[in-house]
Design a binder for this molecule. Sequence first.
Ligand code: ZN
Length: 210
Amino acid sequence: MPDEPATAVELEDQEPIEASEPAGLDPEAQERRSAALAQVRKFGDPVLRSPASPVSEFDRTLAGEVERMVSIMRDGIGVGLAATQLGRLRRVLVFQVGADAPATVMVNPEVEWSSDELIMAEEGCLSLPGVIVDVERPLHVRVQARDAGGGAFLVEASGLEARVIQHEIDHLDGVLILDRTTREQRRGALRALREGESYAPPRPDEGDDA
Ligand code: ZN
């Protein structure tokens, strides 16, 4: 899989992860989305800065939590969600890259290997409404995890999928995209969050009316 030509070009065309703003939702879907997003903890909530604990019981409580996470991710039209974002400090994440893809559940995920090859792309976060920043991450990763039943499995991911997994694992460590971008973008994003505005990285190539 690391040899697959997954790729800068493809990534640049992707919507920023987690927080893409879907167009053309019918009112009912919009309402479901708002209800889902209302359950996601937002920047300023200390839980987002707290490390999550490994899961040791693969029981019905976990199965219920996972089910809830998947439905909030789907209703919220997100591509990934970490338990931390729902205020649960447990090492559980879900992701779904592509509308038709099945949701993948990762319990106690560990990055076993990541490529030296890095790639920069825009990222958003359901916990940082209106904010998009540039984040550089390894292009390929190999991650070991357990499913909701406790079964071990390995995922080799590239491109957007690798990016989403790394973003969600960051949440489990109390790390946000603000910590992974430039100082300038962090400053701009923090100001926007404080003032309830939106933020996107400045693009010198866009518009020449300076
Ligand atoms: Zn996020």
